[in-house]
Design a protein around this ligand. Sequence first.
Ligand code: GLN
Length: 307
Amino acid sequence: MKKATKVLALLLSAAMLMSVLTACGGGAAETTDAAETTEAADTETADTETADTTAAADTETEAPAAEDEAAEAPAAVTAQEGVLTFGTNAEFPPFEFVAANGVIDQYDGIDMAIAKQIAEENGMTAAIENMEFDSLLIALQNGQIDAVIAGMTVTDERKEAVDFSTPYYTATQVMIVKEDSDIAKASDMADKKICVVQGYTGETCVSDMGYDYEAFKKGTEAVLELVNGKCDVVVIDSATAQKYVSDNEGLKIVEDPEAFASEEYAIAVQKGNTALLDMINSAIEAKLADGTISELSAQYLDADSAE
Ligand code: GLN
């Protein structure tokens, strides 16, 4: 009897802990009831403050588009002179990175290929403005760019600022650790040194879990810290983690689907720009249906592991 009570208490506290841990991914819910795990990403939780996009408000956006008058260019599908300008942060392989010969100028990756196709299929040219991840939504709101394609997870908070397309990729946060690490689940990070990238959903997750962490500007910087033994774990999106693990000796990925809800990447446009959103949605839906997006994903992930 006593034992049973103890077990029950343990189960209850495990359930409560779980609810804290699952408050991560799409909407960062702050409820305390257990139950729902992976669906969290889709539910509308009207949650309070999570770190990321709010920070964007006070960061300076860099390099306003040279020739055109940024301020007014809202509802039209385009984009002056048939150029569809996408904002990205080219520090997120395999979705966007800088390469000698990218698909759009020096920019390469799954997102870049998608952006190019969307523009060209609609008789336009795709252009890229590369900027800090935290500046993307502000640049979009300012009209400096027409759309954001940046492996960006749809979150309730971001949805308050911009409109998102049909999602084109499902990801999750994972932990990158040294091969001999004893971290096997998210709660093992409690007494470890955690690194994240500033403004990414990984930061929101770790912060929602209540752990201390250090935030870096770039994924490569966080991973270098791990490689150099200065931190124990990097929390970052799954496909990008795979890329970093294949590029660096001695690292492995630890998954914990109980703790990290799935996330969906989508393209963002200015609120109310339905013309552009419709155009993007038709393109994405067609590419999901005909396998183009999964082919691109496989192609860029394979290219990584072949290195
Ligand atoms: N998916 C993560 C987010 O939206 C990271 C995206 C990125 O760094 N490009 O925050």
